[in-house]
Design a protein around this ligand. Structure first.
Ligand code: PLP
Length: 422
């Protein structure tokens, strides 16, 4: 469910006509619906209210400060994966004791910053990292919370690039090694074992992979308890899928109904780390059609957004629904045609849709690329020296710029020409 709807043949975000935004701010333009964002957070909170979990929104999905602040204000914690994300989380006003930190490659500097800020815990991904957190915490005279990230070896039935809980993936620690580490780490004086963590993948549309993973975790927690290892938290990660095309993902309520009995069995406090579920359908990318280019094989619709703005189609062959901001003329003509919607970048992977049947599109039309709120702007780049897009947040009939469009000066502001070339 989201707040992007047609009213009198014009696409609106909440109470704002998107075509007006495209003209006022220019394109490419990211537009987010505040109420959709918050609604998704509340849906999860409500579905799991029996156990009152800490919901740590996954910053990587959309790390704009305004998005983070909006969620933090509603009680969200944050899941981070770098020193940069820690900085953002704190800037957005997230209490440090609601921050959890995953990543297979935390540097000493990043660990030190997080230890100093007293985050809730690190999601630890290897024995070496655990030793390192202990060493750094000792130097700083602190005791740091850690949760061991388990790789439960389950198949999440999603794209291979976003599968993270199989033993062939770099993430987490297998059960046997984790048990050994947990029993040995009593000698590590400057860490406190806070709990266990899993994150099995992203865009998971069924609950069965979670059920398999959490069932394994319940057994593991009980085995550890028998061996004297007491835990406080189980962090079940994120990964909940959303509708991009014809997927029928489980609702928050159905998901909760399936896994709540298992979670209760653990007797632990529960943490969730959703990203896409909260932000995905809360954002769209607006773009303008530059040219229509028929070739002997295809008809290309060339738009002013590129893979630098939204890389998901190029990276994962991901599907995004693409719809016009104004529909009346198409409906009256009742003509549709198969087109490729492509960007201006010098790569054949620079596409948003291939062989897609769409209403007839002409030059200067505006289009909305739907479901772009998660892993959209946060994965964007300056490739081809393109300026990163502007981001705006819509709250009913009000519109706020939450990130200005970059300028040409921004592009080169960190570069210098050495004196010998001058
Ligand atoms: N937690 C961890 C450790 C992750 O790596 C990710 C995404 O990669 C997430 C949470 C969020 O996943 P999603 O956006 O699918 O909910």
């Amino acid at each position: 469910m989201h707040e992007f709807k047609y009213v009198n043949n014009h696409l609106y975000c909440e109470k704002v006509k998107l075509e007006d935004l495209a003209r006022r701010f220019g394109t490419p333009l990211y537009v987010y619906s505040y109420h959709t964002l918050i609604d998704h957070f509340i849906k999860l909170q409500t579905a799991f209210r029996q156990i009152e979990p800490l919901i740590c929104y996954s910053v990587k999905a959309n790390s704009n400060l305004a998005i983070l602040k909006a969620l933090v204000d509603k009680g969200a914690g944050l899941d981070i994966v770098s020193g940069g994300e820690l900085f953002r989380a704190l800037e957005a006003g997230c209490p440090a004791d609601k921050i959890v930190y995953a990543s297979v490659g935390k540097t000493d500097r990043e660990i030190e910053e997080a230890v100093r800020k007293k985050i809730l815990f690190f999601n630890v991904e290897s024995g070496g990292e655990l030793e390192n957190i202990n060493r750094i915490s000792k130097r700083l005279n602190r005791v740091s919370g850690v949760a061991i990230r388990i790789n439960p070896d389950v198949e999440p039935k999603t794209h291979k690039y976003i599968t993270t809980g199989k033993l062939t993936n770099k993430f987490g620690i297998d059960f046997k090694s984790a048990e050994r580490i947990l029993l040995l780490c009593k000698r590590l004086t400057n860490i406190r074992i806070s709990g266990l963590h899993i994150h099995i993948g992203s865009q998971i549309t069924e609950s069965s992979p979670y059920v398999s993973a959490i069932t394994k975790m319940v057994d593991f927690i009980q085995r550890l308890r028998r061996k004297g290892v007491d835990l406080e938290y189980l962090n079940i990660g994120g990964g909940l899928g959303i509708v991009y095309d014809r997927e029928t993902p489980q609702t928050a309520a159905r998901f909760a109904a399936r896994i709540l009995p298992l979670l209760k069995e653990t007797g632990l406090k529960i943490i969730l780390e959703p990203g896409r579920f909260i932000a995905g359908n809360a954002g769209v990318l607006l773009t303008k059609v530059l040219y229509i280019k028929p070739t002997p094989k295809n008809k290309f619709v060339i738009v002013d957004a590129g893979m630098n703005d939204l890389i998901r189609p190029a990276l994962y062959d991901a599907y995004h629904q693409i719809i016009p901001l104004k529909v009346s003329k198409y409906q009256s003509i009742k003509v549709s045609e198969k087109v490729d919607i492509v960007g201006p970048i010098c790569e054949s992977a620079d596409f948003f849709a291939k062989d897609r049947r769409l209403p007839k599109i002409k030059e200067a039309d505006f289009l909305a690329i739907m479901g772009a709120g998660a892993y959209g702007f946060s994965m964007s780049s300056n490739y081809n020296s393109r300026l990163k897009a502007e981001e705006v947040l819509v709250v009913k009939d009000r519109v706020f710029t939450i990130r200005k469009r970059e300028t040409r000066r921004d592009l080169i502001s960190k570069e210098t020409i050495p004196a010998f070339l001058l």
